[in-house]
Design a protein around this ligand. Structure first.
Ligand code: PLP
Length: 429
């Protein structure tokens, strides 16, 4: 039987001059190799890097759509672009509100604002970190057009509850799966549960093409609009030539290049292995730290298999007698890079000072002051989202990698336990 118990690493903390709990470096690996090179060479040999004339972006889209059991995929230049394309496809525009998570990347709300719609931020569950049907419902108004569900950190939101709410209130559901590639919710990959799903392929994500994105849907009308929205509203025939009515509506150019498509195709072949390993690492870490004093491991949404983009747990300052920053500092000293990079997006300067857009008309802030909206300025208040605030003050992020070994995870758990046990003991005395 394999060893799963962490050795009790109690003793002098490294931050106080003691030995490090994780003395060996984390295992590393190469994300790109022969497979990517082969695809890239083939892309260059086509003598075109334009998606509409080459095969790589098309193959990437077809492979992903068929893998995830959806009919249509449209590739984009980033995850932010994918969300913009999805919002454009479902018809979000002036006068609309979109409810999304308060704990996410700016890439979730930027596209809402670019559509001249208003982002409304919902609180999260303090253990899964996901927006919930209840926190979403609390933010719905007659102006709400869509819910942009953020699946954070490899975990999934409660999609059954959210879809039920959306059906009842006749809302479109867009899924932001940037952090949750290959996360399965009741057997289905996230991004295939709502009307349209969005993924990121930036360099930090499970799969990378440097920067890229993709949307998935089963709806032919949404797919057609998404394809137009990603390509300046140029409609194209099967040979990539522009045909029919061009530029019927405003749309940016978010076309993925054949080089990105080629790398994406090779990366897709690795996604199962990458996410399986990350799932195993997260499950092991939770098992090993579950009973450490003052430690609250992440709760995985029932029915979900997390792909653990990173590992976010919480510490209880009352039990440990220290702040989160002090705890993270101690963990770092033990050899485990730890911190907290997430922000409450509603507290960004642009929302607090309403500096979203410069306008020649002084004091007019689009989209809030737009007569077509009619809702006025939203005061994004700190106490609106108490659970997010709690996670912000007590959350600790430990990086994850498919290259880490099982031993790396055992040692990481040992370091977390050592720090927690030492602080808890000091607190008791
Ligand atoms: C939850 C979430 N949504 C959207 C994005 C935007 O993706 P991209 O950086 O590819 O534009 C990110 C990227 O970090 C993200 O984490």
């Amino acid at each position: 039987m394999r060893q799963t118990k962490t050795r009790c690493a109690a003793g002098k903390l490294a931050i106080d001059g003691g030995p490090k709990a994780k003395a060996t470096p984390y295992r590393k690996g190469m994300r790109f190799g022969r497979d990517e090179l082969k695809e890239l060479k083939e892309a260059l040999a086509q003598n075109t890097l334009f998606y509409a004339h080459g095969q790589k972006v098309r193959q990437f889209c077809e492979t992903l759509a068929s893998k995830y059991g959806r009919k249509y995929a449209v590739a984009t230049t980033s995850g932010t672009a994918a969300i913009h394309v999805a919002l454009g496809a479902v018809g979000v525009g002036v006068g609309d509100e979109v409810v999304t998570s308060v704990l996410t990347d700016a890439g979730s709300f930027i596209p809402i604002l670019y559509q001249n719609a208003v982002p409304v931020f919902a609180d999260i569950d303090p253990r899964t970190y996901m927006m919930t049907p209840e926190t979403i419902e609390a933010k719905l108004t007659p102006r709400t057009k869509a819910i942009l569900v953020v699946h954070l950190a490899g975990n999934a939101a409660d999609m059954d509850g959210i879809l039920k709410l959306a059906r009842r209130r006749k809302l479109m559901v867009v899924e932001d799966c940037a952090q949750s590639w290959n996360c399965f919710y009741k057997g289905r990959p996230v991004g295939t549960l709502g009307h349209i799903g969005c993924y990121s392929l930036n360099d930090y994500k499970h799969l990378s093409v440097g920067d890229g994105g993709v949307v998935l849907t089963d709806n032919a009308r949404l797919a057609k609009r998404a394809a137009l929205f990603a390509d300046k509203c140029y409609s194209r025939n099967m040979w990539g030539q522009r045909t029919g009515r061009l530029c019927q509506f405003l749309a940016p150019n978010y076309r993925m290049s054949e080089l990105s498509g080629a790398v994406g195709l090779a990366q897709l072949r690795k996604v199962d292995g990458i996410c399986r390993t990350r799932n195993a690492h997260g499950t092991l870490l939770t098992k090993l730290i579950a009973d450490a004093p003052g430690i609250l491991p992440p709760a995985i949404t029932p029915g979900c298999e997390s792909s653990n983009w990173y590992y976010l747990f919480r510490m209880d300052p009352k039990v440990l007698g220290v702040s989160r920053d002090r705890f993270a500092e101690a963990l770092k000293a033990e050899g485990v890079p730890a911190g907290f990079y997430l922000r409450r997006v509603d507290q960004y300067e642009m929302f607090q000072k309403m500096t979203i857009r410069t306008s020649r008309k002084k004091g007019f802030v689009c989209p809030y002051d737009c007569p077509a909206y009619g809702g006025g300025r939203i005061a994004y208040r700190v106490d609106d989202c108490p659970n997010a605030e709690l996670v912000l003050k007590t959350g600790v992020i430990v990086q994850m990698s498919e290259f880490y070994s099982r031993q790396d995870m055992v040692e990481t758990a040992g370091a977390i336990r050592k720090v927690a046990e030492a602080f808890a003991a000091r607190r008791r005395t």
